[in-house]
Design a protein around this ligand. Structure first.
Ligand code: IMP
Length: 200
């Protein structure tokens, strides 16, 4: 990605290490600071709307740091579940589960649903800039939920999701391939284009 005219130094308003690794790759020509660089900073409680959540995170971090801030709110929407867990994906199954536990729980809930179990990942990327500008951009990636987890890469629900056009789960695919296709890659690349040129 060619360097543009907008800021190239951001704080990423997330405590999720998987998201942090991905954003560092997706915005490789930017300096991405993490919440660990600002001890004591607390993110707002999340509600039911991706865009409102993403923007609230970015605004809270801008207010606390004065540095241009990026927020991400994301989730996986399963059609057979009416779009659940969706915006509540991080909390699916309750606080006692880790990523693997949430994958197993989702597979169990879908056990009687025939293939293809269609689903999509959604990401709303938000920015809050010191000059007052605000923007949210939504990215989506369609695919299916497999019957058993496969692969060691990625994070979250990556081992149980195959994007359309591929046979491997996101946890099996090269990182560069996930970034090219993913909801997060699409949303943050578009957000950076807007930061550089708000007229587009
Ligand atoms: P939140 O945006 O902090 O509410 O968390 C979103 C949750 O959705 C994450 O904790 C993951 O469980 C899941 N998620 C979001 N994006 C991805 C992804 O790219 N791969 C796998 N799981 C994801």
């Amino acid at each position: 990605m060619a360097a543009g005219t907008g800021p190239r130094r951001f704080v990423f308003a997330t405590g999720n290490a998987g998201k942090r690794r991905e954003l560092a790759r997706i915005l490789a020509d930017c300096e991405i600071l993490s919440l660990g660089d600002f001890p004591g900073l607390v993110l707002p409680e999340e509600g039911d709307d991706y865009a409102a959540n993403a923007l609230a995170k970015a605004e809270a971090v801008l207010a606390a740091t004065g540095v241009a801030s990026l927020g991400d709110d994301s989730g996986v929407e399963v059609d057979a579940l009416g779009g659940r867990p969706g915006v509540h994906s991080a909390r699916y199954g309750g606080p006692g589960l880790d990523d693997r536990g949430r994958c197993d729980r989702l597979l169990a809930e879908l056990a009687s649903v025939p293939d293809p179990r269609t689903a999509r990942f959604v990401c709303v990327a938000a920015c809050a800039l010191p000059d007052g500008r605000r923007k949210t951009v939504r990215g989506e990636c369609e695919g299916t939920i497999v019957r058993a987890a496969r692969g060691e890469g990625g994070f979250g629900y990556d081992p149980i999701f195959v994007p359309n056009g591929e046979r491997s789960t996101w946890a099996e695919l090269p990182e560069s391939e996930k970034d090219r296709l993913s909801h997060r890659g699409q949303a943050f690349r578009a957000l950076l284009r807007w930061i550089d040129d708000p007229a587009r």
